[in-house]
Design a protein around this ligand. Structure first.
Ligand code: GLN
Length: 536
């Protein structure tokens, strides 16, 4: 029977529920359990696909094409197991389903209400992944903070579900903040007491408290938290600030979070967790023998969460290369023809990021021209790839108005064009080319050296594509298509023949980089940056 762990948050947002959930899942997985994590978000958007990255950080895309919360990225990076449509559910999705059912007459004349209809639908979704029997344990992270009006139906659903599942089949972990008051020189437990009290008002008693803190929790504080929140003292878990999120599983292991959870679920904790590979990764991550500087040129740089998976991809690739990757986030708009050399000074490699819309386009083109002409390793992702095509068109092929149809629908040289199947689409949500597609790699190319095979699969999120009418012209001038979709012929990877490393993909490799499987494009790009640095 599948057991359920619910993770709620109290006191404030941004405590890192996703990291705690992923860390616990990692420990349980390392003990041999089959685990998955799902996230329930209380906002009304059907999914985060239509959200501006400034609102909610990066939109993470799954194999099956779901546009999801960035926490799913953490789940995949930690567990190395793909997530799916079912792993991220929003209030919007719940209501959409219930309202559709109502229109179909499925409620047989009943008044449709939050309780039971919305909570029933939440509970059904919470158990969906459990139906396959594939998982021993399902961890459900509830977005938002306990006490928020919009979280209420989710907390109520958890209360009901715990009752339905029966004793020992579920547990609630409450993540809370234990703030340090410098003036008093003390850690304070009151906010935690209050947030647990709020949960209790809704009928949910947490089993475990995970306490985010900047200082170690003394035995006395632990006892106080336990006593006032009705939990065992060993169920008060310290989650102290870590230098890297990848430390958190080991910190949780030290605090016995996994053991405590297993004991409460009446599951065996006999198998010691096998974390050898994880520790190897951490060893390399923390003991780099060299360092490289990478510029990430993009338009959402004020909020690093907008590029979460790329940042993590560099961490994985850095560890593989035993090299510290220092990423500088450069606002695309600020890069001009005049200052580009200054802006990219000291950079061993440059990545041009994914994105939408015209803002920052010129800056990206300036950066690409500079790295192309100066043999600096370049890595383009999605819009970054499209920009490299525009830049090459304008400055090498002499197509002065070469552009993407996205930026200029009247250009006489749409070297990046709207995809055929996108032409009749009017709705914005969930309508891009999304999820995993096969890609065939040409032998003898840099892409082939990097991947070491001809058949790969990568994840996508875009509406525009390389315009194949121009392919011959590009290839004749030295920009070749080294990867393409075997069914449609869409160009998926371009690279320059006469450049140490100039590779750009229409897909998002960052979404597939995990601790266990750092992405080959990131690994090779970091290696190229390192080689560039050494050659200077
Ligand atoms: N805006 C571009 C497109 O839709 C690129 C998207 C992206 O970078 N994810 O094709």
């Amino acid at each position: 029977m599948t057991k359920y762990i619910f993770v709620t948050g109290g006191v404030t947002s941004s405590l890192g529920k996703g990291i705690i959930a992923a860390s616990l899942a990692k420990l349980l997985q390392a003990r041999g359990y089959k685990v998955t994590i799902q996230k329930f978000d209380p906002y009304i958007n059907i999914d985060p696909g239509t959200l501006n990255p400034y609102e909610h950080g990066e939109c993470y895309v799954t194999e099956d094409g779901a546009e999801t919360d960035l926490d799913l990225g953490h789940y995949e990076r930690f567990l190395n197991v793909p997530t799916s449509q079912a792993n991220n559910v929003t209030t919007g999705r719940i209501y959409q389903h219930v309202i559709q059912q109502e229109r179909e007459g499925a409620y047989l004349g009943k008044t449709v209400q939050v309780i039971p209809h919305i909570t029933d639908e939440i509970k059904r979704r919470m158990q969906l992944l459990g139906e396959s029997g594939e998982y021993d344990i399902i961890i459900t992270e509830l977005g938002g903070t306990v006490g928020d009006i919009e979280s209420l139906p989710f907390v109520e659903a958890v209360r009901q579900l715990r009752w339905e599942l029966g004793a020992n089949n579920s547990l609630v972990i409450h993540l809370t903040l234990v703030p340090y008051l410098a003036a008093a020189g003390e850690l304070k437990t009151k906010p935690t007491q209050h947030s647990v009290k709020t949960l209790l008002e809704y009928g949910v008693q947490p089993d475990i408290l995970v306490c985010r803190t900047e200082h170690k929790l003394s035995q006395e504080i632990r006892k106080k938290l336990a006593q006032f929140c009705n939990v065992n003292i060993n169920a008060v878990v310290e989650s102290i600030d870590a230098s890297t999120i990848y430390d958190v599983p080991l910190l949780m292991l030290k605090e016995n979070l996994d053991k405590t959870a297993l004991t409460k679920l009446k599951l065996s904790n006999k198998n010691e967790p096998d974390l050898e590979n994880w520790k190897n990764f951490l060893g390399k991550l923390k003991n780099p023998t060299s360092e490289v500087n990478i510029a990430l040129v993009g338009k959402y740089v004020e909020l690093p969460d907008a590029y979460k998976s790329i940042t993590e991809g560099f961490i994985h690739a850095g560890a593989t290369n035993e090299c510290k990757v220092k990423v500088s986030y450069i606002a695309a708009e600020s890069v001009t023809k005049e200052n580009v050399a200054e802006k990219l000074k000291g950079m061993d490699g440059v990545l041009v990021a994914p994105g939408f819309g015209e803002r920052g386009l010129d800056g990206k083109l300036n950066a690409i021209k500079y790295v192309r002409e100066n043999n600096i390793p370049f890595f383009g992702i999605c819009l970054g790839m499209q920009c490299s095509v525009i830049e090459f068109g304008r400055n090498v092929l002499g197509l002065k108005d070469a552009n993407s149809f996205e930026m200029d629908a009247n250009t006489s040289n749409p070297v990046i064009n709207l995809m055929e199947e996108q032409k009749n689409i009017t709705n914005m949500g969930g309508t891009m080319r999304l999820g995993a597609y096969d890609c065939e790699i040409k032998k003898g190319t840099k892409a082939f050296t990097i991947y070491g095979k001809t058949k790969i699969s990568e994840r996508h999120r875009h509406r525009y594509e390389f315009n194949n009418d121009y392919l011959k012209q590009y290839e004749a001038a030295g920009m070749i298509a080294s990867g393409f979709n075997p069914e449609t012929g869409l160009v998926e990877i371009v690279e320059l023949k006469n450049h140490p490393f100039f590779v750009a993909g229409q897909f998002h490799p960052e979404l597939k980089s995990t601790v266990a499987n750092p992405h080959p494009l990131f690994v090779s790009f970091v290696a190229a940056a390192l080689a560039n640095k050494k050659s200077k």
